[in-house]
Design a protein around this ligand. Sequence first.
Ligand code: MBD
Ligand code: FE
Length: 288
Amino acid sequence: MSTIAVPSAAGSGSAATDKFKGNRFTSDTSQERAAAIYKDVLTKLSEVIYEHEVTYDEYRVLKQWLIEVGEGGEWPLWLDVFLEHFIEDSNSRIFSGTKGSIEGPYYVPDAPNLGSKGVMPMREDEKGTQFIFRGQVRDLDGKGIEGATVELWHADSDGYYSQFDDGLGIPTWNLRATFSTDAEGHFHITTVQPAPYQIPHDGPTGEFIASYGGHPWRPAHLHLKVTAPGKRLITTQLYFEGGQWVDDDVAGAVKPELVLHPEPNADGIDEVEYDFVLDPVSEKRYVA
Ligand code: MBD
Ligand code: FE
């Protein structure tokens, strides 16, 4: 049993679905490419069906579950937990800048800009250990980029994200902010260390996890988007060395390059430096 509160899947899931549906995404996928991908997906799925001799009972349970995931607004959650890391990893192989990771379902654009140095918006009694996250944004030649944008969002120490808090009334921009690097490309952020996080699991995503005997935990993580004019946007997450679930993330989104090692600074506050190297925007096929 967990001792921390967990947002309900229906509450946070429908908020994530509504936010996502506020956009209208398109892709320039050709008919040939679409045909090739769909055919491969169905062929590989049919191989699984024959190999495991999937039964009619199993098929009906799957159908029922798929309907319930949609009705519960849990597609952003299930997809971002179980599929997005393959998309992210496949897309990023051809770039040489800092490694990225998945976005997850709880990003909101246009968080308040606090300049190059600031304290994340938080409640007066925000729980958690204070923590300083600073670094530099550079180009591939090692030159600091002035005016690069660093967006940071993370859960509170109970595992709630503002705007997806299931009606708890967390302030709109709590633990969400945008920073702009100084003349040398530096940023300096004070926040609180997030806690390990259970994805909402009281709905069909939770049933799915239980059905294979899994767990719903993600290691404590920071979410970031970093970009600059003419540079490729990096979406990433950072984790904490030695933290629980770093080696067993339900969302499969940890990479060794993304693990931080904060250490107490002269004032006794945990601090870590992490730099971002941005690829130029290019004609390469995959662009985040
Ligand atoms: C999260 O906070 C998250 O980062 C992911 C990937 C999925 C669900 C909740
Ligand atoms: Fe997250």
